[in-house]
Design a protein around this ligand. Structure first.
Ligand SMILES: [Zn+2]
Length: 73
C-alpha cells in the first residue's frame, strides 16, 4: 500500500505510511534541509533510512536517502 500525503508545502512534506503488518501507521516527514524523519522504531533507535521513508521516496521520486540526526550536545 502506498503512503499517503497528509500535507505539503514548499519546504516540507508530511506523509503517513502503513507498517508492514498493516496494524499501524507511521508519520514520515521530508524536507530538503533536514532530510527524512519517521516515527517508527527503526528510525528512532537506529537512525536508519527505513522502509517507510523508502516507500515515500519512491512514490515522490526523491533520490535523497539521508536521515535527520539530532545534534547531540
Ligand atoms: Zn519508518
Amino acid at each position: 500500500m502506498s503512503p499517503k500525503i497528509l500535507e505539503s508545502n514548499d519546504e516540507t512534506i508530511f506523509l503517513e505510511a502503513l507498517s508492514s503488518d498493516g496494524t499501524r501507521t507511521y508519520d514520515v516527514m521530508y524536507d530538503v534541509d533536514h532530510h527524512w524523519l519517521c516515527t517508527c522504531p527503526d528510525y528512532y533507535y537506529r537512525k536508519r533510512f527505513c522502509k517507510h521513508m523508502r516507500a515515500c521516496a519512491e512514490m515522490l521520486n526523491i533520490k535523497d536517502t539521508i536521515v535527520y540526526e539530532e545534534v547531540r550536545t
